[in-house]
Design a protein around this ligand. Structure first.
Ligand SMILES: Cc1cc2nc3c(=O)[nH]c(=O)nc-3n(C[C@H](O)[C@H](O)[C@H](O)COP(=O)(O)OP(=O)(O)OC[C@H]3O[C@@H](n4cnc5c(N)ncnc54)[C@H](O)[C@@H]3O)c2cc1C
Length: 460
């Protein structure tokens, strides 16, 4: 059995295939496991999560891994007032929605409620079955915001929320897709919340460590620095070729033959693998129409979380500028301070050419506007610009535009002969999140074991 990709999805598939008694090889392109989840200790000694970091209520698969491995969590810091930047001016607010424009906040709350009600009508795993699926899939979330949300301030709030959740502008997302995604995580409001929502808690020691520990248990079944370049497949057989780094430092094609393959990588990276014979047209169209969002995570490290002294939570919501959302990412013991901001969507693409230093300069100017001049002079700034990562190509998730789910959605999980599909984008709950990645790996492993006539997990 071959698994392509050692993110949480691939590792979950591999772990369950091994448990079912199958021989498994996991081919991972990078020199590390974890994919979109990557924890690193910076030169200044701060542990940062460059990608996925939070866990929230209802994420039972991820919580299960944490419990199994003895990894503990702590609440995201959120005490005190949040900063709102609206039309270049600074205000303070508490709660989920900025309040400087009262009509705007009322409209934003009403819009979120309406989106949540619509989302609850859409089956997250099969949104194309909704009676109005075609109509919902022809509209973008942006169309809906323009027609349904009265005030400019509320429209800006929904845009900022969309950038944070998807790394995309509302005009880039099918309404059906956005609703299915929201329902998969409970509701849009739940996706936006810290306490009681998707940003509720962080992991002591970072979010990557569960992947590292599962990979350690899989041992030499996990082969790093082995980007898969081609998959030949026929009835009951696959030949997977990776460009493996040899001990002398050269790359040489390395072929692994197996009964089945689980491809557990983002759709946009699947398009860079040569499938022979080519994938069915609808599957190939799905891959072509699943671009990743655009996101950069920027961490600014300080001697201490000085904003807490002023009664500030460290959270920022901005209607313009580069950093639309900022969080306090300091460690649990507050031994130093960390502010983390997202550059997302259009702004992330515009600043691509500015390089690391250019993006840092823009981010620090905006942090100073929110928290005062001290915020402009951190000990260290580090970033992760996901769009420039060839084995991810953006983030946090694939962003489907109009017509894709109703046209190609059923191909999302449908195996192509011995080729099975995993990855958070294929999840039926918490798609786009680590939890969805883990459950997608479980589902793919169950498909494989069932296809091979092996017993499937009880309760699957
Ligand atoms: C900035 C950011 C913030 C996020 N925040 C959160 C959060 O707080 N909470 C949360 O739950 N989720 C969050 N996410 C999303 C979460 O990280 C992902 O949903 C999840 O990690 C996806 O796991 P996966 O295994 O499906 O895919 P990936 O993590 O993308 O794993 C795919 C693996 O396949 C490898 N690969 C790619 N191409 C090939 C190839 N040709 N051959 C071999 N290997 C290949 C990649 O290197 C990678 O290791 C965030 C993501 C980003 C980018």
């Amino acid at each position: 059995m071959v698994v392509v990709g050692a993110g949480y999805a691939g590792l979950s598939a591999a772990r369950n295939l091994v448990d079912a008694g199958l021989d498994v090889v996991v081919l991972e392109a990078r020199g590390r496991v974890g994919g979109r989840v990557w924890s690193e200790t910076t030169r200044a000694g701060a542990l940062v999560d460059h990608g996925g970091q939070w866990i929230g209520p209802g994420q039972h698969h991820l919580q299960g891994w944490a419990d199994d491995l003895g990894v503990t969590t702590f609440p995201t810091f959120g005490d005190g007032a949040n900063v709102e930047i609206r039309e270049g001016r600074r205000h303070l607010f508490t709660g989920l929605v900025p309040t400087s424009d009262r009509e705007g906040s009322a409209d934003a709350v009403a819009a979120l409620l309406e989106l949540d009600l619509l989302a609850h009508e859409v089956a997250p795993g099969e949104p194309w079955t909704h009676p109005d699926a075609i109509a919902l899939d022809r509209r973008t979330l942006g169309d809906w915001v323009v027609s349904e949300v009265g005030s400019a301030a509320a429209r800006a709030m929904i845009t900022t929320a969309t950038l944070g959740v998807f790394g995309a502008e509302p005009c880039e997302l099918s309404l059906l897709y956005a609703l299915a995604y929201a329902h998969g995580g409970g509701s849009m409001s739940a996706l936006l919340r810290t306490a009681g929502g998707a940003q509720e808690r962080r992991f002591h020691g970072g979010a990557q460590q569960m992947a590292v520990r599962v990979a350690e248990a899989l041992g030499d079944r996990v082969v790093l620095d082995a980007p898969v370049s081609s998959v030949r497949h026929g009835p009951g057989r696959v030949s997977v070729t990776a460009d493996r780094v040899t001990p002398d430092g050269h790359r040489r094609p390395w072929r692994v033959d197996a009964d089945r393959v689980v491809v557990a990588i983002p759709p946009a990276t699947q398009g860079r693998i040569a499938f022979d014979p080519p994938l069915p047209g609808r599957r190939d169209q799905l891959v072509q129409r699943s671009p990743m969002g655009s996101v950069t995570k920027i961490h600014a490290v300080y001697e201490r979380p000085f904003w807490r002294d002023e009664g500030l939570s460290g959270q920022v919501v901005a209607d313009t500028g580069a950093l639309r959302l900022v969080f306090d990412d300091s460690p649990d013991d507050a031994s130093h301070g960390v502010l983390m901001g997202f550059l997302a969507g259009h702004e992330d693409r515009i600043l691509d050419g500015s390089g690391t230093a250019g993006r840092a300069a823009v981010a620090l100017a905006e942090l100073a506007a929110a928290f005062g001049p001290v915020a402009g002079s951190p000990i260290e700034v580090v970033e992760q610009h996901w769009s420039a990562e060839p084995f991810t190509r953006g983030g946090p998730v694939a962003c489907l535009g109009p017509g894709v789910l109703t046209g190609c959605g059923p191909a999302l999980r449908e195996p192509v002969g011995p080729v099975h599909w995993a990855g958070t984008e294929t999840a039926t709950a918490w798609s786009g999140y680590i939890d969805g990645a883990i459950s997608s790996g479980l589902r793919a492993a169950d498909e494989v074991t069932a296809a091979l006539g092996r017993p499937v997990r009880q309760g699957a």
